[in-house]
Design a binder for this molecule. Structure first.
Ligand code: URA
Length: 283
């Protein structure tokens, strides 16, 4: 008879299983030691069912604001993007440290500097095989100076772990490094000012695969106005690197039914990177 789980472990397990269930994974095997043979055997499958946790009201409001917020008025300053463009050649021997130093402690290249708290440079392994690119920092990221640390970030972390990786194995960046006021999508000139730094990060890291999270990141990098559902899950090439767009984790928080699509996309990424889902998790 296995020892009973503590309430805390039980809650964590329920949350994790509910995440896999949202991805369409419903069959789980319980690992149990077989002392006679000195081996581990798999007991009968457990079909786990639980309702998706409801979003707390605050987050609903926050997410609704993000899509509904009007664009802020343009400042009168004339903005011109730095010399690098998305298509400029890689800078030889560039490093994340140099890029961070070039941005400086108080970047004022665009109007996003006016309301931001912290610059969110990016985070993760400097030679990651997999790089995620999001839209821009939200409230939690702006407060902590780290990408994807709010609710959407927790979901992204779960997605990364479901792929058999840890967050520190990948690199996570954003199209803009400062929080757009009211979490509105970044405007074209803000993306133009900031994305050269992202491009340098991509060139310095040289990931095998880039995954764009959401339409803003996908459109900014692919320089397209097409809707993300037209090309989501399809391999593209971005400056010689395999590139795939998928839905943003914030969208998944509002539309958990789309998690299955994202999981399919991530499985294609896993196939390219030679990753297998963790043992004991059966689709
Ligand atoms: N959403 C993003 O696109 N990026 C973050 O860093 C956090 C939320």
């Amino acid at each position: 008879m296995p020892a009973p789980l503590s309430p805390q472990l039980r809650a964590m397990l329920a949350q994790r299983l509910s995440f896999y269930e949202d991805l369409g994974i419903r069959l789980f095997f319980r690992r149990s030691p077989n002392p006679a043979a000195g081996e581990t055997t798999f007991e009968s499958p457990v079909d786990f069912q639980s309702p998706s946790p409801a979003l707390p009201e605050k987050e609903e409001e926050h997410l609704a604001k993000r899509s509904a917020a009007p664009a802020s008025p343009k400042s009168s300053a004339t903005l011109s993007p730095p010399a690098d463009s998305l298509f400029s050649a890689a800078i030889p021997n560039d490093t994340l440290e140099k890029i961070r130093a070039d941005i400086g402690p108080d970047c004022r290249l665009c109007r996003l500097c006016e309301k931001r708290n912290k610059i969110v440079f990016g985070d993760g392994h400097p030679a990651a095989k997999l790089m995620f690119v999001g839209e821009g920092p939200g409230r939690d990221e702006d407060a902590q100076g780290l990408p994807f640390v709010g609710r959407a970030g927790k979901l992204l972390t779960q997605m990364i772990e479901a792929m058999g990786l840890q967050r520190q194995d990948v690199y996570i960046g954003n199209v803009v490094k400062c929080r757009p006021p009211e979490n509105r999508p970044p405007e074209k000139d803000e993306v133009a000012m900031c994305s050269p730094f992202l491009l340098r990060q991509i060139d310095a890291i040289r990931p095998q695969v880039i995954v764009a999270l959401g339409a803003t990141a996908a459109r900014a990098l692919l320089q397209t106005e097409r809707g993300i559902s037209e090309f989501r899950g399809q391999w593209q090439e971005f400056r010689g690197t395999k590139f795939m767009a998928t839905y943003h984790p914030a969208y998944l928080l509002r539309n958990p039914a789309a998690k299955g699509d994202v999981w399919k996309d991530l499985q294609k990424v896993m196939a390219v990177l030679g990753l297998a889902p963790k043992k004991g998790k059966q689709a």
